[in-house]
Design a binder for this molecule. Structure first.
Ligand code: SF4
Length: 357
């Protein structure tokens, strides 16, 4: 007879089915995860090679003058970044290049996803001055493309859509040559709230699927696979450039990855896709099920392109906002000059069209 776990995160985690694509390449020690969260069938032992990080998970250490300047600017404006709050492994590289992903609507999320390191709880009062400070900060950074995201604010009647719209308008006004990519939540499936963001015409509008259908109850308990597909479909219908991201190594199989890519293209026709390795931020988060080998990431890329995604960024350290400017540039057939591509994206978002590959 089996005993139910007293830890709700353990109890709700489906049994990972993913194979270990890294097994043939890694000499890492094999550790037993039985008795951890893989316990939907606690009598069955699971052995996965998740020991030491493989050699391909190597990120640049944070530091250097450019890194410190970016940090100081963000702090001076009293803003938050997902780079810090989500413990992103790329912070050393991105901040040294002067790019960061601004996180609006505060630093406290009303949801509690099993993979995410952002603080969860009851958010402080909404900061109505935040859009102005975001625009002011960005006007001081010589970027051609910026990514802005937010915590989920299920406590607000519009999910934060009005603050989103004001932020986009203010950034467009303060930085006319900067394209704005925004990564939004699902607004609990409210098309009306999403439309407020769409009407502000960001150049790229992203919503992340994060994981395959079977893993949703553990990974995104307050979200819904079909609802997220619907949000992506509404973004496609708006004519804006659409984007989504998934992570792998959290319990899915490669067949399920094929399935989610097919679903996204079939239901929502999304333009840009990113795929990266899940990294467990703390021991209280869902465990890593497998290290996906770079060869498999290349296979995902090929699969995505064959399904019709226009741009696929796939690799161990890829995150939704990683190299976002380059992804935007690839959308243009004449991608040699950033400025040309950005003009194309700006013109697309304002009613023109980009030729696709
Ligand atoms: S990948 Fe995105 S979240 Fe991570 S450091 Fe770079 S900009 Fe920030």
């Amino acid at each position: 007879m089996t005993t139910a776990s007293s830890n709700p995160a353990e109890a709700r985690h489906p049994r990972p089915l993913g194979g270990d694509t890294a097994r043939q390449h890694a000499r890492d020690q094999v550790v037993s995860l039985s008795g951890m969260v893989l316990n939907n069938e606690p009598d069955t032992p699971h052995q996965l090679s998740i020991g030491k990080k493989p050699a391909w998970i190597r990120a640049k250490a944070p530091g250097g003058e450019a890194f410190r300047e970016t940090k100081a600017l963000i702090e001076a404006h009293g803003l938050h970044t997902v780079c810090q709050e989500a413990s992103c492994p790329n912070i050393g590289e991105c901040w040294s290049r002067g790019t960061a992903t601004i996180m609006i609507l505060g630093d406290t999320c009303t949801r509690s996803c099993g993979f995410c390191n952002i603080k969860t709880g009851r958010p402080a009062e909404t900061d109505l001055d935040e859009p102005r400070r975001v625009a002011e900060l960005l006007s001081r950074i010589p970027l051609k493309h910026v990514v802005i995201t937010s915590v989920d604010r299920d406590d607000l009647p519009d999910g934060g859509a009005a603050i989103w719209a004001e932020t986009i308008h203010r950034v467009h006004e303060a930085c006319p040559n900067m394209s704005v990519e925004v990564l939004v939540g699902d607004f609990k499936g409210s098309k009306q709230d999403l439309e407020l963001v769409i009407e502000a015409r960001p150049e790229i509008l992203a919503h992340n699927m994060e994981t395959v259908r079977r893993m949703h109850p553990a990974v995104r308990p307050q979200a819904d696979y079909d609802r997220s597909l619907q949000v992506l479909g509404w973004i496609r219908d708006s004519g804006l450039v659409s984007k989504t991201s998934i992570m792998v190594g959290i319990g899915e199989t490669d067949e399920e990855v094929d399935g989610i890519l097919s679903d996204i293209r079939a239901v929502a026709g999304t333009d840009i896709l990113t795929i990266g390795q899940y990294l467990q931020p703390t021991r209280n988060h869902l465990p890593i099920d497998r290290w996906v080998h770079p060869d498999q990431f290349n296979a995902y890329r090929q699969q995505g392109l064959s399904l019709g995604f226009k741009v696929v960024e796939s690799g161990p350290l890829v995150r939704s906002s990683y190299h976002a400017e380059e992804q935007a540039r690839q959308l243009s057939p004449d991608a040699r000059e950033t400025a040309t591509a950005m003009e194309a994206i700006l013109s697309h978002a304002r009613g023109g069209r980009i030729a696709s590959n």
